[in-house]
Design a protein around this ligand. Sequence first.
Ligand SMILES: Nc1nc2c(ncn2[C@@H]2O[C@H](COP(=O)(O)OP(=O)(O)OP(=O)(O)O)[C@@H](O)[C@H]2O)c(=O)[nH]1
Ligand SMILES: [Mg+2]
Length: 679
Amino acid sequence: MKVYSAKKINNIGIMAHGGAGKTSLAEVMLYNSGAIKRLGKVDEGNTATDYLPEEIERKVTITLALAPCEWKDTKVNLIDTPGFIDFVGDVNSALRVIDSMIVTVCAVAGVEVRTEAVWDFANERNMPRICFINKMDRENADFFRVLDELKDTFENRIVPLQIPIGSAESFSGIVDLVSMKAYKYDNGKPVEIDIPEDLQDQAETYREELIEAVAESDDELLMKYLEGEELTPEEFSAGLSSGVKNAHFIPVACGSALNNIGITNLLDLVVKCMPTAEEALGKSEEELSKEPFKALVFKTIADPYVGKVSFFRIYSGVFIPGNSYYNINKEADEKVNNVFVMRGKQQEQVEKMMPGDIGALTKLAKTETGDTLSVKGIDDLLAGIEFPNPTLSYAISPKSKGDEDKLGNAISKILEEDKTLTIEKNSETKETILSGMGDQHLDIVIERLQNKYGVGVEKDTPSVPYRETIRSTVTKIEGKHKKQSGGAGQFGHVFIDMAPYKDGDFLFEQTIFGGSVPRNYIPAVEKGVQEAMEQGVLAKYPVANIKVTLTDGSYHPVDSNEMAFKIAGSLAFKKAMEKANPILLEPVMKVEITVPEQFMGDIMGDMNSKRGRILGMEAKGKSQVIKALAPLSEMYRYAIDLKSITQGRGTFTMVFNNYEPVPEHLAEKVIAARKTAEE
Ligand SMILES: Nc1nc2c(ncn2[C@@H]2O[C@H](COP(=O)(O)OP(=O)(O)OP(=O)(O)O)[C@@H](O)[C@H]2O)c(=O)[nH]1
Ligand SMILES: [Mg+2]
């Protein structure tokens, strides 16, 4: 590919609900522009942008992919993004670097959950977008119903630029309301035809709506329009382009990605009405080129052949291979000898890259997703990328013993590629906890560990990190360790009091009088208690929230030593705990659930069945936010439950809140299960 100027670059994300046809659309745009020679199909597993084995197998996009093509001298940097919520991390990455969006909507399903989500994001940034009603060839496709739905759902001004000729089986082309010309398609190429008679009135009506929208986006044009004058073709064209670029209105196009209908018009529209990189950055290319180099790395992939590949977008300066660059976040130099344009998994080396463009670098040693690359001496960062917190966790372990290191290494490679994944060793349960955005996400990670890194992994629901504590105060509990037959003797002897303690996990005090336990042995007693606390008397869970006071004891001038007092301390602790009415505690989480209003009842019912307590609720836009406390043991699968209750329309966050007693009948079960597991 040649080097493109910021005046001739469009960075556009294709975003939508899962399955609306984003990947098919990217493919057919690449094909029509000549960027690829063979038109692939998602269902045949041969598209440019769904190239990972996991994507081909599932026919679903999992990671974002770059798909640059050239149309009318402009480099259109398409980014194909995932639609399923489990893979939302890459949607966030793409959103951070695009200047405009094609929102793909299925002509049958209409507006869906993720359509609303990406739309909201575009609104927040007043991002220009084109709405493309795809799958016009499908049975029950209905352009006008979906158009009305778009108008009803969104507050933006939504204006069709085209109307379809026919629908479902008979869908054959479009009437372009800008030129008032009609087209059918021959292998993707538009062939001009007369506007079908039965569409003429409708075309006129919608053209009037379009003219009004164009006029209203510019004061001068509006004056003319209100005075009843006609806009010249030049005025109309310029007004259309600026009205869309400023997101004064959102144009609607339609077609069929599968049958390659309406796609060239969509490409025309992108080049004409979406902002160039120069426009989006708000400076001329000349200015941008003179500024110091600055780019954001928004995605990292681990390619089996090339190694680490970092996708980056340049915000200022020119990238010249061989120069020295500097990662501001890591305070590290990065030497890069090549710069690439990527299309799916295909790389093409280019000579240099201009401001505003998107490309890829290989073998960056220190750089991670979200980092700013610049040159030495520059220290202000570009805004990073926000990723959602994981919602689902599994305890994982290697299938074969001895593969622990291999697993650790593989996971750290996968973590580089995916910022919505976390791995953590739980110090209480000793389990390795893998957390991600949902069951599909985690299953794919586990599959990749097997297929790409050769580590088989067992997954399980994480164990609950229960704790134990006491409810009563006990006094004068004796602990005596005495071994005085043969060889060197052992003698340690203590009395302790034990009480519930609210202000922390553990407090140790002593009220020894007259040296009954010599001063130098007191720390050993405390240590003995603490070691014993690692395994409580009920089910060997760690003990918390207790206060122990060493009150008395005795010693032997020869046989006493630290070890003996440590053992005495732990013996006393166990006895005391047994007598002090021990109970089991469980972690309770603070949960915030956001759902459309109609699911409130179901969410509350479900929370009740999970022993949750509702703290309150409030309206947020069109949604309700429910705050609740619920035991962790009931919440491990909440990501899955919420998805099924709300058909994917709910989201939630969850953080640890406090420990609370486990209800008795459940505690008995937990204790019994632990005993069985031990045996
Ligand atoms: N009939 C018809 N089917 C289409 C059209 N576009 C896409 N499809 C089909 O819809 C299914 C999903 O298409 P994709 O292109 O994978 O959709 P996507 O939006 O990329 O899906 P995700 O990336 O998984 O969110 C596939 O079976 C496509 O063949 C179309 O214009 N007409
Ligand atoms: Mg896709």
